[in-house]
Unconditional design. Structure first.
Length: 715
């Protein structure tokens, strides 16, 4: 009876602890129960110990005074005969992360690294990384790093993997674990002993080794077996090694793509759309260097009826990139089927792909145009709009197709409302108006409704009417005069007003010179940079098998690097230089030396208007800007010029003669944002502004840089 009563009491206690944990996860403060929970660790029930340890770790940092009460209990459990209890106690002790417990944690880890149980050893190895964040100097000076390198030869594969993980964390500032020939060979020889996820860590470590050409062949032969595993993470880890090791071996690099194609195509058979999405992104990157390798298997990339839209769009991009002489007509026929897809984004992607194939493979231009003409007859506006934009691009590449395209396009002018599509038609009327008898009158109808059009259409009307004026002066003279009068009087958009004024003054000054400026002969376009999604291709290959490939941009552009805690401590390198990291340098005369480290900005920072507004309210004002300029360009010129200097505009506007801009930039490494509110008074030729930022010192350097750049844009 006593035994039964004890069992019921134990079950009831565990249920009570579970309720406490549940309240804790809901955000309810149950820290008052800390003493009772510490007492609950005095049990042989592992489930109860795990729950209590979870509680202790949760309240450690917020209640450090209470956490000290649990230290003796954890140290006692660490001396238990049961390795599971020892491992749990060590993991919980390291997870407290309290600097005043560094001595206890260090002694426990040192003992745990030599424990007979693999479970305790692997826990102690990860504890080294946790200790590093509260006492970095202790880890560096105690020989733990050397011990971890030695333990890479441990018999247990999990311990080996944890050693690599811990060393990568501790040595992050140095590029992670250093791999020499002996270590690489040892890891490769034990590769069969690791499970799939640990194998990924090992393969990533081997990738850091720089082999000779003969070693490269041997390593690839060893890793080739892993290409047959069903785990996609292992396969892509191996692919990254193959690509990196053969980058400087061009005679076999292309052969490697042929070998890697099969496992990628096999992985595409997965039923997970999310996994398919990641695989397709990596395949798209590889295809950018070896499209011919994947062309024979183009049917593998045909869309399935149950594919989600985000997968279909990627497959369409791949079909566009791998098209060749043998597959061109089959791919165009397949893409034509996707134009009727229920998702407008898929339909638009298919139309764009057909247009890009027509430009890429000249032999398909006429065939692609026939397909595009049929799309104009469809009742779906999104298909008609994108088709018109695609036809414009085709004419930019093949002007000789104008006689065939223009008659079909002009039928759509009165029914199209989309800004991009209407701008495309107006562009064609200006460039090829000499082959369209009624082109001046078509433009005249649009000019009558000039005030109702969007700014982009108005700008295109100005450009096209000017071009047509020099081709058919008698018919276009009254039309152009009416257009310039309306545009110069237009105060709703600065760009439209300035463009019209520029044309008017150009015509008054010299008509012949105006014709040379406006109707200059242009060479056919062979490629469109705006369509190249792999701008950072080389960098993405360096970061293969990571989110960088999916986002299409290097990690530095979407990861805000948080300074690690150990950066607040003096580093060994700084000690050698006679100054601790974070301290200001002092000259021989005792004066502070200026920090001349150049400010480096992120190439394409990302900050939406809502986030900008939130940061603007949060950041303190650091500096002011005041400049006198001799000229003020149009807002679009200012924004584009500043964007070329890695300073982006999130919003702009005009009130009478005043222009207002909101600029932002981001520092590489720290991720610090710099925000600027700029007011340009055109009548006074003055520029004033406020600068806000996170870091005072960095913002001061940015302010100096910003003033220099804005002065160059508005001299």
């Amino acid at each position: 009876m006593r035994g039964a009563s004890a069992d019921k009491t134990g079950v009831k206690l565990i249920e009570t602890i579970k309720k406490v944990i549940a309240y804790m996860t809901l955000g309810i403060d149950v820290s008052k129960l800390f003493p009772e929970m510490v007492m609950a660790t005095n049990t042989t029930n592992l489930v109860q110990k795990k729950l209590v340890y979870l509680y202790l770790c949760n309240y450690a940092e917020s209640h450090p005074d209470l956490s000290v009460l649990s230290v003796n209990t954890l140290l006692k459990d660490f001396r238990d005969e049961n390795p599971m209890v020892r491992g749990l106690a060590l993991r919980s002790l390291c997870s407290l992360r309290l600097p005043n417990l560094a001595d206890h944690i260090f002694s426990s880890i040192t003992s745990g690294l030599g424990d007979l149980s693999p479970y305790v050893r692997k826990t102690a190895v990860l504890g080294c990384a946790k200790l590093f964040y509260i006492a970095p100097n202790r880890v560096r000076e105690s020989g733990i790093i050397s011990k971890l390198y030695e333990m890479i030869r441990d018999k247990d594969p999990t311990v080996v993997c944890n050693c690599l993980t811990a060393l990568n964390e501790i040595l992050m500032d140095e590029g992670g674990v250093a791999v020499n020939q002996a270590m690489a060979y040892h890891l490769l020889n034990k590769l069969r002993e690791f499970n799939e996820w640990n194998a990924c860590t090992v393969i990533e470590a081997v990738e850091k080794y720089t082999p000779t050409e003969d070693e490269t062949y041997d390593i690839m032969n060893i890793l080739e077996d892993k290409l047959r595993t069903p785990n996609s993470a292992v396969i892509f880890a191996v692919i990254k090694v193959f690509l990196k090791f053969t980058t400087n071996l061009p005679h076999i690099h292309q052969q490697v793509y042929e070998r890697l194609k099969t496992p990628i195509l096999t992985l595409l058979g997965t039923q997970s759309p999310e996994l398919t999405f990641a695989i397709l992104h990596h395949a798209l990157l590889m295809i950018s260097r070896a499209p011919a390798v994947f062309e024979p298997d183009f049917k593998t990339f045909f869309c399935r009826s149950n594919d989600p839209s985000f997968v279909k769009v990627l497959k369409i991009q791949i079909l566009r990139d791998i098209v060749g002489e043998k597959s061109k007509y089959d791919i165009i026929a397949e893409l034509s089927e996707y134009v009727t897809d229920m998702d407008p984004e898929v339909a638009r992607a298919a139309v764009r792909a057909i247009g890009q194939i027509a430009i890429k493979v000249p032999a398909t231009t006429s065939h692609a145009l026939e397909k595009l003409f049929t799309f104009l007859d469809q009742e779906h506006e999104h298909i008609t709009n994108v088709t018109l934009c695609v036809m414009k691009d085709i004419l930019r590449a093949y002007p000789e197709q104008a006689n065939e395209v223009i008659p079909e396009v002009k039928k759509c002018l009165k029914t199209v409302d989309d800004v991009e599509a209407k701008s495309a038609i107006v562009w064609m009327l200006g460039h090829y108006g000499e082959v369209i008898p009624e082109s001046p009158y078509l433009l005249e109808e649009l000019i009558e409704k000039f005030g109702d059009e969007q700014p982009k259409v108005r700008l295109q009307l100005l450009a096209s009417t000017m071009k047509l004026f020099f081709k058919r002066p008698p018919e276009c003279l009254p039309i152009l005069g009416n257009l310039l009068a309306k545009a110069v009087a237009d105060s709703s958009n600065v760009d439209v007003h300035d463009r019209a004024l520029f044309y008017y003054r150009l015509l008054r000054q010299n008509v012949d010179a105006a014709e040379k400026v406006v109707n200059v002969h242009k060479l056919p376009i062979t490629s469109f940079p705006e369509e190249d999604a792999l701008v950072y291709k080389d960098q993405l290959f360096e970061e293969f098998n990571s989110l960088s490939v999916i986002y299409g941009k290097p990690a530095e552009m979407f990861i805000k690097n948080q300074p690690s805690p150990h950066q607040d401590q003096p580093s060994a390198a700084a000690a050698d230089d006679g100054a601790a990291e974070g301290e200001e340098a002092v000259g021989e005369d005792g004066e502070l030396l200026e920090d001349d480290t150049p400010l480096e900005l992120v190439l394409q920072p990302a900050l939406d208007p809502k986030s900008f507004q939130a940061r603007w309210a949060q950041y303190p004002e650091r500096a002011n800007i005041a400049l006198q300029v001799s000229a003020v360009p149009s807002p679009s010129i200012i924004e584009n010029q500043m964007a070329n200097r890695r300073i982006r505009c999130v919003a702009s506007g005009s009130v009478k003669d005043d222009l207002k801009f909101y600029f932002y930039a981001q520092e590489v490494g720290t991720g610090n944002y710099f925000l600027v509110e700029l007011l340009v008074k055109k009548s006074q030729l003055s520029v004033t502004g406020k600068v806000k930022g996170e870091d005072e010192h960095a913002t001061a350097k940015y302010t100096e840089y910003f003033q220099t750049q804005i002065a160059a844009v508005m001299p």
